[in-house]
Design a protein around this ligand. Structure first.
Ligand SMILES: Cc1ncc(COP(=O)(O)O)c(C=O)c1O
Ligand SMILES: N[C@@H](CCCC[NH3+])C(=O)O
Length: 433
């Protein structure tokens, strides 16, 4: 995380002092680094350049940024300018991609519950492919495309039933998960899809989960998918691309086994696919966390220190409504003061083991637990690895306005989203006449 570094004990994002950002813009505040986004993006290109297929002009690789991880249009515009495609799961996310300068023709529409209205919007915009997750969805898409007089490009998201060895809430490719078409039914589903007049079969898709730190579950899933592709093609339906989904994990600094480097991961996946047969198909990725997670931090200020008999609490101004991952998944996020303190406590400074908690009225409202910190009220803390599934999962619980978002580019900090006001939170509501 070299774009987040310390100079004389003060945290910087690229060339900008984080402490100054907190003073100027207030907290809670999300801060992203453009250079970190670009570096994470380049790692996918580097992996592609290392793969055997690199010299083959017929074998393309396309990376679609999973918008659910971070849908800020300033952030998406960075990826759009880098030539990214996008992976969306709602009409709202498509609207964001378009507002950010992304192309519908480079956008893949995933998700288990697409409404007819969303399909219509995406077809009219001209999305590249629908990742269809069930037979009823195939039928609905065929009908909606028919009404519009177009043919919808599709792949089926198949569920390969492999264990990604991640948190149960974020594993998606097991039989018991709601996602994808069951593997045993996939061949038949392709036969059905290929006969539907308003659909064009393009490829195949699978996404086995998120925060995956080993390559092996991917290779297992890919082996199953490739066997299926052979069967589907022998039934007369050509498969032009294989979408291997997203899911590559990041190092949250919790001492757990770190994920493979992105470039090594990409190369391994591509070579594994290409070792299977001489036929070259396009390969698509849908990463979110590995592009965004370590490209952003959440800044928060200590409101009160509350030493207790069993626990010491540092009550901060960010809460589970700003960053819900700890409350939802017991997720670990590294927390550090923005300005490091001298190890000798000054008067009023307490060196203790703290739980960092927010103001929301829930015992589950915590950001970090049992952290040895030297803190005083008014200190600003940085919560690391908050660039993915941070702001996008924020809510207004307890009528808390959502934080502002900044994007640092060298020595400049751009406000890419203003802090919400309380008035905005009840705009559109009515009192009884
Ligand atoms: C269909 C799909 N694609 C891509 C992603 C992005 O996953 P990640 O952020 O783990 O890379 C997700 C989220 O798990 C997803 O559901
Ligand atoms: N929201 C999860 C990831 C879910 C991935 C979406 N399919 C997280 O914060 O880790």
């Amino acid at each position: 995380m070299t774009h987040f570094h310390r100079q004389a004990g003060t945290l910087f994002v690229e060339g900008v002092s984080v402490s100054q950002l907190a003073q100027q813009h207030g907290t809670p505040l999300y801060v992203y680094s453009r250079a970190a986004l670009a570096e994470a993006w380049e790692a996918y290109a580097a992996g592609t350049a290392l793969a055997k297929r690199h010299s083959d002009p017929n074998a393309k690789v396309k990376v679609h940024v999973a918008v659910k991880a971070n849908s800020n249009i300033g952030v998406l515009s960075v990826f759009a300018r880098l030539g990214a495609g996008f992976d969306i799961v709602s009409a709202g996310e498509l609207a964001r991609v378009l507002a950010a300068g992304g192309q519908a023709s480079d956008t893949v529409f995933s998700g288990v519950g697409k409404s007819a209205a969303e399909m219509r919007y995406a077809l009219q915009a001209g999305v590249k492919c629908f990742n269809v997750e069930s037979l009823p969805e195939l039928e609905r898409l065929n009908a909606v495309a028919g009404e519009l007089g177009v043919r919808a490009p599709i792949s089926l998201r198949v569920n390969p039933d492999v264990n990604p060895k991640t948190h149960p809430y974020i594993s998606t490719g097991l039989k018991g998960n709601k996602f994808g078409v069951a593997f045993s039914e996939a061949r038949k589903a392709y036969a059905t899809a290929s006969k539907m007049p308003n659909l064009v079969v393009h490829g195949i898709d699978c996404h086995i989960g998120s925060q995956i730190t080993e390559t092996e579950p991917y290779l297992d899933a890919i082996d199953k998918v490739l066997e299926l592709v052979d069967e589907i093609e022998s039934d007369g339906t050509p498969i032009q691309h294989i979408d291997v989904g997203g899911g590559l994990g990041i190092d949250y600094g919790d001492g757990g086994s770190p994920p493979p480097k992105t470039a090594d991961f990409v190369r391994t996946i591509l070579d594994h696919i290409d070792d299977h047969s001489t036929k070259r198909r396009d390969v698509w990725f849908e990463p979110g966390r590995s592009l965004l997670g370590n490209s952003g931090i959440l800044l928060t200020t200590v409101e009160y220190l509350k030493p207790g008999e069993e626990k010491n609490f540092a009550i901060v101004d960010a809460a589970m409504n700003d960053l819900s991952r700890p409350a939802l998944y017991q997720a670990f996020h590294r927390v550090e003061p923005v300005i490091s303190r001298d190890p000798d406590p000054e008067p009023g400074v307490l060196a203790r083991t703290y739980d960092i908690v927010g103001p929301v009225c829930e015992s589950g409202d915590w950001l970090a637990r049992d952290r040895e910190l030297l803190l005083a009220p008014g200190d600003t803390l940085a919560v690391f690895s908050a660039g993915a599934y941070g702001f996008t999962m924020a809510s207004n619980y307890n009528t808390r306005p959502r934080a502002a978002e900044l994007l640092v580019d060298g020595t400049e900090a751009h406000v890419v989203r203003e802090r919400e006001t309380v008035a905005q939170l009840f705009a559109g509501e009515r009192v009884l006449p």
